[in-house]
Design a protein around this ligand. Structure first.
Ligand SMILES: [Zn+2]
Length: 418
């Protein structure tokens, strides 16, 4: 249970997440909210209030991670685990994953594709205080075609009628967001990442039904043809957005006009670029690599080509969310900081823009910006701190020192309390 408290730090992120307030304190209330952020020198007598002097750290809003799959192990056996393990085992795996994410500083997390039998009970257990974890937004199982990308997660739907029924089914289970697979994917050998899975008309039916029920739709697409269908259908957010050509001898089929349309229509994109850096680092360290399946083993864009396209999309005004794709190979649950690291090191963001992307900006994409994502009076007291100054060196974000969820410390001075 939260109790009123004071968290003092040398540097505290300002409400815009673009500069420091030096020697300030976050005052929290009995409901786990932020009462005020004030200069420490104005606190007066604090002897009656629990006070945490966090010292020479950078105190930030808790990270907002937009893309996890908590039932999958983030190693090369992920496909084997999802195709052979029982739901009970996956629940236990997921419980470990959400704890790991929370201790790394992630206090809000959107899971966009885990088995319904796993992820809804895990969220219930977190909300009941049975296990520790971030605030979860859930899609439950993604909607995919028969044998399509991630079919083994549980919801195969082929026709407009099937898809509408699947959207309603996920909402009934408690989904905050619908995930649909607009193209095949790298994880699923029976799918083709270069090709569409649904015509635009079917994707549109999912959008109309989700909007009727007050939620939104995120769509996975590597394929340019799938991205075009998403644009046509009014899909709210696109995941990966890799512009792969349907011709296996050609790597990319990028159309800047399509990117401008995404920007003009306010569609968010999760470029899953942090995963690329983690994959490159694992390769450089000699770690085994995942084998590519038939659908992607042909011409592939180089990392430099992918980055050039993502930079052009950003120049055209496309807004990026975080989204590590936690659970895929090398994307462990404590690596959310790699979203911001990749935005800075690969896409040319300033460190503060990277920090904002990992907090307030993605909170807006997840439609929770009124409650989390910045340190301001009236918001939930979700905090994380790191040693050093991530506005100077964004890699500092990768090692959390303190984590507070809803006013309750779960990690202090590098030591887990949960
Ligand atoms: Zn994913």
């Amino acid at each position: 249970m939260p109790e009123p408290a004071i968290f003092k730090a040398t540097r505290i992120a300002n409400p815009q997440n673009d500069g420091w307030l030096n020697e300030h304190a976050v005052i929290t209330d009995a409901g786990g909210g932020i009462e005020a952020v004030v200069p420490s020198s104005t606190l007066g007598d604090t002897s009656g209030t629990k006070t945490y002097d966090l010292g020479d750290v950078s105190l930030l809003p808790g990270l907002v991670e937009a893309h996890s799959h908590v039932h999958v192990s983030p190693d090369l056996d992920g496909y084997a685990n999802i195709t052979t393990e029982t739901d009970d085992r996956m629940v236990m795996r997921a419980a470990g994953a959400v704890r790991k994410a929370l201790l790394s500083g992630v206090t809000t997390m959107r899971d966009i594709g885990s088995r319904n039998q796993v992820v809804f009970p895990v969220r219930d257990a977190i909300e009941a205080g049975v296990i520790p974890g971030p605030r979860l937004q859930l899609a439950g199982t993604p909607i995919t075609t028969t044998a399509g990308h991630c079919w083994m997660f549980g919801t195969e739907a082929d026709t407009v009628e099937d898809v509408v029924k699947a959207v309603r089914g996920q909402v009934k289970l408690g989904a905050n967001v619908i995930k649909i697979m607009a193209s095949g994917g790298n994880f699923t050998p029976t799918s083709n990442p270069r090709m569409t899975q649904y015509p635009a008309e079917t994707l549109r039916a999912a959008v109309v039904e989700a909007e009727r029920l007050g939620i939104y739709v995120v769509a996975h697409s590597h394929a340019t043809a799938g991205i075009r269908n998403c644009i046509e259908a009014g899909i709210h957010q696109i995941i990966h957005c890799r512009w792969l050509s349907s011709d296996p001898t050609v790597a990319l089929d990028y159309d800047p006009d399509d990117a401008s349309r995404l920007a003009d229509e306010g569609r968010w994109v999760d470029p899953t670029i942090g995963l690329s850096i983690l994959g490159e680092e694992a390769r450089a360290a000699g770690a085994p690599q995942r084998r590519l399946h038939w659908g992607i083993a042909a011409a592939r864009p180089s990392p430099a080509q992918t980055i050039e396209v993502l930079r052009d999309m950003r120049d055209r005004g496309v807004r990026y969310t975080t989204g590590l794709d936690m659970g895929m190979a090398h994307a462990d649950y404590d690596k959310s900081a790699y979203n911001a690291i990749a935005f800075v090191e690969s896409l040319g963001y300033t460190p503060w823009e990277g920090i904002a992307a990992s907090t307030s900006v993605t909170a807006e994409a997840l439609r929770v910006e009124k409650t989390v994502g910045s340190l301001q009076s009236g918001k939930i007291a979700d905090l994380m701190s790191v040693e050093g100054d991530p506005s100077e060196d964004i890699r500092a974000l990768a090692a959390s020192t303190d984590v507070v969820k809803g006013g309750v410390p779960v990690k202090l001075g590098g030591k887990a309390l949960i």
